[in-house]
Design a binder for this molecule. Sequence first.
Ligand code: NAP
Length: 386
Amino acid sequence: MFSSTVSRTSQKLFTRQTRSMITAQAVIFSKHGEPKDVLKTHTYQIDDENIPENSIVLKTLGSPVNPSDINQVQGVYPSQPEKTTELGTDEPSAVGGNEGLFEIIGVGSKISNFKVGDWAIPANVCFGTWRTHAVTTEDQLTKLNNPSDSKALGKKSGLSVNQGATISVNPLTAYLMLTHYVKLAPGKDWFIQNGGNSAVGKYASQIGKLLGFNSISVVRDRDDLDSLINELKNELGATQVITEEQNSSKDFGPTIKGWVKETGGEVKLALNCVGGKNSTGVARKLSNNGLMLTYGGMSMQPVTIPTSLHIFKNITSAGFWVTALLKGNPELKKKTLDQIVSWYENEELLDAPSVETAFDATKDDLAQLYKNGIENSKKGKQLIVY
Ligand SMILES: NC(=O)c1ccc[n+]([C@@H]2O[C@H](COP(=O)([O-])OP(=O)(O)OC[C@H]3O[C@@H](n4cnc5c(N)ncnc54)[C@H](OP(=O)(O)O)[C@@H]3O)[C@@H](O)[C@H]2O)c1
């Protein structure tokens, strides 16, 4: 986002002037800390009548609050946006948020790959998506079909704002973990995952089903367990759903072996976003030579794998980070995105619903809206829509 092209143009674009211009707002931080203490709203002007030839003006349609966005503001996440004064802030600042969906509302004379009305998402992380508008360059964006494009292509459905705004992280993570490392035989092989009701877990169940893979989802026990099991199995395609207690019980092991034997396959892959005892349990279900990919640490406990699993079953434990995998591989990103978009357009994939809050510029403080979203993150994925 803060490429040199934008830097050169920013003086012209972001100076405060009196004639009619776009009044933009961004949620910025100039130092790291708890989001409630460091996030502020910054207001600035964008001159959309004099767009530099290589610039694109965007209106935000929606941007979510992801766990990694919060960690980024806290300063405990490895990828960090550059802090600059490009938006006219007194101190060098960065705009929060990594994922989001934008509509193009203005293009410079040399822009050829985007036109007004197109939809786009950031090509890379650290774009700063918690804002009403942005000015950027072509190389910073990836085009997505907007509903009119999908209609013109004869697709069943166009993307919703929630689908577009949350496409870059969770669906790609689930798809890549299931396809990029281990070859699972459709109809036969299995994967096991904990956090089976997480957003990533729900995509993994659905994508597993679409690709013909059998799955076991581990979830925490709860009052409405039956309804969760019903949702995961009957709406989202998980083959089996078990509780953490069953995952750690020796007595339950033979039941799982029975399921796997029935399909004539193996449990070749485990997806771990919890850690601790739960990771031990899923690793124990792997067949010989299986792989456990750790992509999150929700319990804040270390990943624990018994020595015997390494020695006698040759289990491998590895990490997965979607940002690192896709950073140097735009072709893989495009191929994966195209697949997810196509499933959405064919109504084969359900998005994980978000709790949507609409920004009203006449009464809302934008930073407060994201602070509330962070506060409410445990109640479901929070999406601010514009
Ligand atoms: N590495 C990557 O590239 C990558 C990409 C995407 C996401 N992630 C990470 O993946 C994780 C899940 O993300 P998400 O957006 O899917 O999250 P989410 O929808 O908020 O789901 C969180 C999940 O974690 C479970 N959980 C929370 N605390 C737990 C604990 N102490 N013990 C056991 N389970 C616990 C929750 O279960 P309950 O419902 O029982 O609370 C829920 O299933 C996060 O850590 C995120 O940062 C990593």
